[in-house]
Design a protein around this ligand. Structure first.
Ligand code: NDP
Ligand code: PYC
Length: 338
C-alpha cells in the first residue's frame, strides 16, 4: 500500500480552506493563507506547505490572534509602506498592500514595506517572487521565536530568521533564495520529529549546551545558526531590521508574548524592493546581460542555482496535475478538517 496520497491543486486549496475556516479564520484570511500554502505545496516545500496548517490551527487555539481583522495601511508620502496587521496573520496584510509597494518602488526606485503586529508562519519566497514577477528585485526578513543560540552561546536568543531574495530574469524563472539563518528551519526539525529520524550533527544543542541529534531534545534545547558566527550575525541583523527598526518585537519578545502557548510567532516583517530600471541609469538591459553571464557561469560548471529544485517540482506537479504528500500527514490533516 502506498504511503503517499495524491492531491490535485484544487484539493490542496479546498482542504486548506476547510481547515482554516474550521479553525476560526474568516474568508479573507483563509483565502490568503490557503493560496500561499497551495503555492508552497505545488513547489514541494514540505516544511511550509500543508504541514503549516497545524501551526495555523495552534495559533487560533491560543486565543491571541484575530482571524477576521482587516489590516490597516498607514498614510504615507515617502517610500515606506507601513501596514498594521492588527493582530492577524501576516499574509492578508502583505497581499492587500503589495500594489502600494510596487507603485512606490517604481516611483522612488527603492521602497520598503513594514508589516507590524502580525502572526507569521509562512515561507517568504512567494512574497519576494510576487515582486520579481513585476520586474523588481526584492528582499524579505522576519524574526520568529528565540529558539536559536547565537554562535558561542548556549541558549536561544535569536529566531530562525529567514532571509529571502528574488531577482527578476527576462523570460526565465527568477533567481530566488529563501532560507532560515538557523542551520535547520524549525519546521524541518518538526518534520524530522514526525518521521522519527535523527538530525544531522551541527543543527542543535540540548538544554545543557551539548550537541544533540535528537529532534525532541533539540526543540527543548537550542538550535544553531548556519555558518557559525556568520549566520549568527545575519540573524541579529534580521532581528534589528524586522524588529526595533520598524517598532516591533524581537524573537525574544515574541517568545515572551506567546507565554508558552505555542502557535505562530508574533512580530513584524520587512520587505525591501528595488527597481533595476532606476538603479541602472537606463542601462537595465545591459545589466540583465551581465547578471545572466554570472548565472551561466555558475550553471555551466555543474552548480545549481537556488530554487531550481523548486521550479522543477512546480513544473512536474503542474504538468501531472497533482502533488504527493505523506499519507500520515494527510490523515492528521483530515482530523483537523472534521
Ligand atoms: P532550505 O535549506 O530547504 O533551502 C534554502 C534555499 O537554498 C532554497 O532557496 C533552496 O532552493 C536553496 N538550496 C538548497 N540546496 C541548494 C543547493 N545545493 N544549491 C543551491 N541552492 C540550494 O531552507 P530552510 O529549511 O532554511 O527554509 C525553508 C523555508 O522555511 C523557507 O521558505 C523560509 O522562508 C521558511 N521559514 C520561515 C520562517 C518564519 O518565521 N516565517 C522561519 C524559518 C524558515 P530549492 O528550494 O530549489 O532547493
Ligand atoms: O520553520 O523556523 C520555522 C518557522 C518559524 C515560524 C514559521 N516557521
Amino acid at each position: 500500500m502506498s504511503d503517499t496520497v495524491k492531491l490535485t491543486l484544487d484539493e490542496i486549496r479546498n482542504l486548506s480552506l476547510s481547515i482554516l475556516t474550521k479553525s476560526g479564520f474568516g474568508p479573507e484570511h483563509a483565502a490568503a493563507i490557503a493560496d500561499v500554502l497551495t503555492t508552497c505545496q505545488v513547489d514541494d516545500c514540505q516544511s511550509h506547505g500543508l504541514f503549516r496548517l497545524f501551526m495555523c490551527n495552534d495559533t487560533m487555539k491560543t486565543g491571541k490572534i484575530d482571524g477576521h481583522v482587516a489590516p490597516a495601511l498607514a498614510p504615507s508620502d515617502n517610500a515606506i509602506v507601513r501596514v498594521d496587521a492588527r493582530g492577524g496573520m501576516s499574509l492578508l496584510a502583505f497581499r492587500e498592500t503589495l500594489p502600494v509597494l510596487i507603485e512606490k518602488t517604481r516611483t522612488h526606485g527603492i521602497a520598503a514595506m513594514a508589516i507590524n503586529r502580525c502572526f507569521h508562519f509562512s515561507a517568504l519566497w512567494p512574497e519576494v517572487e510576487s515582486l520579481s514577477s513585476e520586474g523588481l528585485a526584492a528582499m524579505a526578513m522576519v524574526p520568529s521565536h528565540s529558539w536559536v543560540a547565537p554562535a558561542g552561546g548556549t541558549r536561544g536568543s535569536l529566531g530562525t530568521n529567514p532571509l529571502a531574495f528574488s531577482w527578476p530574469r527576462q523570460g526565465k524563472d527568477p533567481f530566488t533564495f529563501d532560507f532560515a539563518t538557523s542551520a535547520f528551519a524549525r519546521g524541518e526539525i518538526e518534520l524530522y520529529h514526525r518521521a522519527g529520524k535523527p538530525l544531522p550533527e551541527g543543527v542543535a544543542i540540548d538544554k545543557y549546551g551539548n550537541p544533540t541529534t535528537d529532534p525532541q531534545t533539540a526543540m527543548e534545547g537550542a538550535m544553531l545558526t548556519f555558518g557559525s558566527y556568520k549566520g549568527s550575525a545575519l540573524s541579529i541583523m534580521i532581528e534589528l531590521l524586522a524588529g526595533p527598526l520598524i517598532d516591533d518585537l524581537t524573537s525574544l519578545e515574541s517568545m515572551e508574548f506567546a507565554e508558552g502557548q505555542g502557535g505562530a510567532p508574533y512580530h513584524g516583517e520587512i520587505i525591501l524592493a528595488f527597481d533595476p530600471a532606476q538603479f541602472s541609469g537606463g542601462r537595465a538591459a545591459a545589466n540583465d546581460e551581465r547578471a545572466e553571464r554570472l548565472f551561466a557561469d555558475i550553471v555551466d560548471q555543474g552548480a545549481r542555482l537556488p530554487s531550481q529544485r523548486r521550479f522543477a517540482a512546480r513544473a512536474h506537479n503542474t504538468a501531472r496535475g497533482h502533488v504527493e504528500i505523506a499519507k500520515t500527514l494527510y490523515e492528521d490533516l483530515l482530523v483537523l478538517a472534521e
